[in-house]
Design a binder for this molecule. Structure first.
Ligand code: AMP
Ligand code: GLY
Length: 428
C-alpha cells in the first residue's frame, strides 16, 4: 500500500512513523513533511503546499496512492477531502461540511445543544454591542471565542471584565480575520482537561486511549497558551467508566448529529473535555483531526497497524473490526521549543544530540525543524517532541527527560513538569 500524509508537524511525523511500522505499507509520501519524516523508513518528502489540492491529486494518481491522511485542520476546512474524493481517492479526514466541527465554534455549539451533549453554556453573537452586554450580564470569569480557525489564538479566558470586553473588540475589529465575524461567549468551566480522540467511519465511532496535554507555556500550567508543551497517555483522569460515559453522552450523539446533517464523516473526532469536580465530562471544543502533541503519545501505544484502522474508517467497516488493541504501557512526550515561543523566536539554530536521544530508547518527533546542508536546524516554535515509553508514567516521563538531556540547541526551552498531575495522583 502507498499512503500520503499531509502536514509538516510532530503529529504528521508520528503518523508517518506509525504507518511505516506496518508491513502493508510500502511507500509514504509526506506533503511537505519535515526533516524527521525524511528519515522515516519507506518515507519521502514531497515539496507541495498543503492547500495545493491539484498537485496532491497528481501525486496520488501518479503513484497510485491507496490512502491519504490529512493532518492539519486548514486543508480539511478548505475542502481537501471533498476535492480528492471527487477524483476517486480515499481520504482519512472529514469533508468541508464535517470540518465545521472545528472550523466554526458557533456551529459546533448549535450541534451540541441540539444533541444534548454536555458542554459549557454559551451564546453566539454577530454584534459587539450585544456581545458586550451579555458579558456584563454574566460577569467574570468568562470565555470569549472567535468562531473560526485562529491557529489556537482565538480563545480568551477572561479573569477581568476589561479583558473580556477587549477580547470581544479584538474579534469584531478583525484581529482574527473572518474567524472573528461571530463570537461565542461561554461559561467558564473548571476541572482537569482531557483529550479523547475517536475514530469514525461515519456510522460507528470508537475512542482511542485518552490523553492529556499541557497547553500553557509555563510550569504548573501557567502563562500563555501554546499549541501544547507535552502530553501523556493513557491518562488515569479518564477511567474506563468515564470513557464509556464519554462514548454514550458525547461521541455517539455527535456522530448522530452529523449524520442528521447528511455529513458522512470519516476521520478523527477529537473531543477536548473538561472533567468537572463532580466527575462529569463537558466538551470545550471539537477538533476535526488528530491532536498535536497527543498523537505523539497515542499512536506509539497503538498495538495494530495504523493503516488497518484508518482504512476501516475510510471504507466504512469500523464496526467489523475487533476492539482496538493497545500496548500495556504509558507514553509521555516533552516538547522542546524555541526560546521566546509562543511569542517571537529565532529560527535556524543547529540541533545536536538527536541520535543519542534516540539511542536511549526515546522517539524524537520533529515538529519545527529543517535540514540545512546536512544539519538539522530549528525552524519553528515547537521544535521537537521527545516521547518516552515505560511500564508506568514515572518510567515513561523519566525516559522522555533522559532523552531530552542529550538534545541541545540555542535557547531551547521545555517544561520540566510534564505529567505532574498523573505522577502526583499516583503518589496519593
Ligand atoms: P479551545 O481552543 O476551545 O480548546 O480553548 C483553548 C483553551 O482555553 C482550552 O484548552 C482551555 O484551557 C481553555 N478553555 C476553553 N473553553 C473554556 C471554558 N469554557 N472554560 C474554561 N476554560 C476554557
Ligand atoms: N493539543 C491541542 C490540539 O491539537 O488542538
Amino acid at each position: 500500500m502507498k499512503a500520503i500524509v499531509i502536514g509538516n508537524g510532530g503529529r504528521e511525523h508520528a503518523i508517518a512513523f506509525s504507518l511505516a511500522q506496518s508491513d502493508n505499507i510500502h511507500n509514504i509520501y509526506c506533503v511537505p513533511g519535515n526533516s524527521g519524516t525524511a528519515q522515516v523508513p519507506k518515507c519521502q518528502n514531497v515539496e507541495i503546499g498543503i492547500q495545493d489540492f491539484g498537485a496532491i491529486e497528481a501525486l496520488a494518481l501518479d503513484h497510485t496512492v491507496d490512502l491519504i491522511i490529512v493532518g492539519p485542520e486548514a486543508p480539511l476546512a478548505a475542502g481537501i477531502t471533498d476535492y480528492l474524493q471527487s477524483k476517486g481517492l480515499k481520504v482519512f479526514g472529514p469533508t468541508q461540511a464535517g470540518a465545521q466541527l472545528e472550523a466554526s465554534k458557533a456551529w459546533a455549539k448549535e450541534l451540541m445543544q441540539a444533541a444534548n451533549i454536555p458542554t459549557a453554556q454559551s451564546q453566539t453573537f454577530q454584534q459587539a454591542k450585544e456581545a458586550k452586554a451579555y458579558v456584563c450580564a454574566k460577569g467574570i470569569p468568562i470565555v470569549v471565542k472567535a468562531d473560526g480557525l485562529a491557529a489556537g489564538k482565538g480563545v480568551v479566558v477572561a479573569q477581568t471584565l476589561e479583558e473580556a470586553l477587549a477580547a470581544v473588540d479584538a474579534c469584531f475589529e478583525g484581529r482574527f480575520g473572518d474567524a472573528g465575524q461571530k463570537v461565542v461567549i461561554e461559561e467558564f468551566l473548571t476541572g482537569q482537561e482531557a483529550s479523547v480522540l475517536a475514530v469514525t467511519d461515519g456510522q460507528t465511532i470508537r475512542p482511542l486511549i485518552p490523553a492529556q496535554d499541557h497547553k500553557p507555556i509555563g510550569e504548573g500550567d501557567s502563562g500563555a497558551n501554546t499549541g501544547g508543551m507535552g502530553a501523556y497517555a493513557p491518562t488515569p483522569v479518564v477511567s474506563d467508566a468515564l470513557l464509556q460515559q464519554i462514548q454514550t453522552q458525547i461521541l455517539e450523539p455527535i456522530l448522530a448529529a452529523l449524520r442528521q446533517h447528511d455529513i458522512d464523516y470519516r476521520g478523527i473526532v477529537y473531543a477536548g473535555l473538561i472533567i468537572t469536580a463532580a466527575g462529569d465530562p463537558k466538551v470545550i471544543e471539537f477538533n476535526c483531526r488528530f491532536g498535536d502533541p497527543e498523537t505523539q503519545v497515542v499512536l506509539p501505544l497503538l498495538d495494530m497497524p495504523l493503516d488497518a484502522l484508518v482504512m476501516a474508517c475510510v471504507e466504512q467497516r469500523l464496526s467489523g473490526l475487533p476492539p482496538i488493541p493497545w500496548k500495556s504501557a504509558a507514553a509521555a512526550c516533552v516538547v522542546m521549543a524555541s526560546g521566546g515561543y509562543p511569542d517571537a523566536y529565532q529560527k535556524g539554530h543547529p540541533i545536536t544530540g538527536i541520535a543519542e536521544a534516540e539511542k536511549s530508547g526515546a522517539i524524537v518527533f520533529h515538529a519545527g525543524t529543517q535540514l540545512k546542508e546536512n544539519q538539522v536546524v530549528t525552524d519553528g516554535g515547537r521544535v521537537l517532541g521527545v516521547t518516552g515509553l515505560g511500564e508506568t508514567f514515572e518510567e515513561a516521563i523519566a525516559n522522555a527527560y533522559q532523552a531530552v538531556k542529550y538534545i541541545q540547541f540555542q535557547d531551547a526551552y521545555y517544561r520540566r513538569d510534564i505529567g505532574y498531575r498523573v505522577i502526583e495522583k499516583h503518589k496519593t
